[in-house]
Design a protein around this ligand. Sequence first.
Ligand SMILES: O=C1O[C@H](COP(=O)(O)O)[C@@H](O)[C@H](O)[C@H]1O
Length: 608
Amino acid sequence: MIVDLPSTTTTEISKRLVALRHAVGAMAMGRVLTLLLITDEDEADAALEVANDATRQHPARILAVVRANRRGASRLDAQIRVGGDAGASEIVILRLFGEMADHGASVVTPLLLPDSPIVAWWPGEPPTDVATSALGAIARRRITDAGACAKPSTQLKRRAKTYAEGDTDLSWTRITRWRGLLAAALDEAPFAAVQSAVVVAEAGEPSADLIAGWLAHALDVPVQRVNSAAGSGIVSIRMDREDGPIDLVRAREGLSTLSQPGRPVREVPLSIPSPAECLAAELRRLDADEIYAAALTEGLPQVTRRSKGAANAARAGDIAPGPADVPSSSTPSMSSRSLKRRSPKESAPPAKQLQQRVEEELAEVSAGEVRTAADPDALAADVAAAIASALKDAVALRGTAHLVLTGGSMGARTVTALASAHLPKATWSKVHIWWGDERFVPQGHQDRNDQQARDAGLERLPVPSANIHPAPAGSSEDELPAAVAEWASELAAHAIEGEHAPRFDVVLLGVGPDAHVASLFPDRSEVTVTDRTTVLVTASPKPPPLRLSLTVPAINAAERVWLVVAGADKAEAVAAARDARDDPHLPASWVRGTRETVWWLDEAAAGD
Ligand SMILES: O=C1O[C@H](COP(=O)(O)O)[C@@H](O)[C@H](O)[C@H]1O
């Protein structure tokens, strides 16, 4: 549904949003953040498409601030898009004319979602200092894109000069996989220290500058950034070690080659993520990106620059040649003469360390962080202690906390362990308990997840019984639609204004050997439901056949999504889901928290 509001006010827009929410009903659930999209008229449509796509998994209120004609009288034209026209989000386009074009912040402020993070994104030219700009100052994260600006290098210099916590740039997000590959290459014997590095790319390519800055900072070695006359984007990266160079060379779109001494040249898929994928990756993390900050502000100034045609550079040995020319491991002459003269710094950290750093970061950004424990009981104790700390913080901050328990093998163990977690009674009294899914059998039935939690000692926790919210019980398929609606109403009754479910502080999820989470099973439609908080399940592949489950957006609105998994029979599912993203065959690859996603694994589930 699209509603145009020409020559309007923010009060009118707010009223129409509320009215639309009632009219469209279920669509208005679980918005987890406000995304401010600050753009000019020409780039507005393309940017809105990207934002819409990127917020598919993190439904947001998108406030597009479009700086329209600055001449003439002040005017605000708005358009609201909801339902099918806005995907999982709701979009308000604010076209600012005349003097109003300079007052975007006062226009958006009344329209911000309450109690939710604000992320600002400039798809084109940003202000000089994004953090102190009127719109940037109200945002927790500020996303720029030096690659989309007329002068990318100048942009990076500005970003470095004015860097503030919460800033990031999509030129950085684009190289996440490059960094992962380089780090992985260093994680193989002989683990020798890198002595120097060369990044060859087209002039002014900001991703190449940032990767050079990252190498300089992480490895603490001399790094050169060579401009290539041939090729676009990043052409190649070389890391010199005593045993010879490691070369990552872009062969063609989507494919690169990796060559290392003593190993056959490998082809590795290395596609450039789409703008929506980059934006989505940034929306997943709301904390400051310290590694970006270090690469930009500390690493990049150490990088030395040189201009040279790619062919000349290759001849001089400064860069790797194209993949067809990659020499055999026995060819010793690839090291740069100029680089060879430089002696490695004493303090160069071992390659292993770089690998570890990147892996930690990649895990956080994409697949989620991993925390392991020796066995299921130790795992439950760790998870319980972490839950206690998260609940304590939430109660201190908001006066209340919402915890979602899981069923299955780790659900009961975690409840038992919670009895030993140190949490004062006063804190427990403010905690609400929910379940991520429920088996639809009568109250008190052994198969019910809430019953298993009670048997494990739930009622010994000093949580008021009114704060325990089991999903409805029943036994026949006819009762399921009413039950799923009743559950959704109970969730809505505890939601903050404008949302349809509580803002969960922690959602615990078990993972089945088939990678199912809650009652979202592989290759079924329930995992793709985005317009409700709850969904009914019939003919479940795992008994009992009738179930109720939270939907992916309801889960993903949580601050912390913790997947708690024990047992060797789950190792394969864990590895596959961590490697994938939104794969219908692997429901566990769809869930992530707005603040963090953690895979809590016992050693058996962690596999290798
Ligand atoms: O049936 C269910 O299974 C999953 C996983 O259980 P597990 O016993 O294999 O760990 C669980 O997370 C879900 O809550 C439950 O209803």
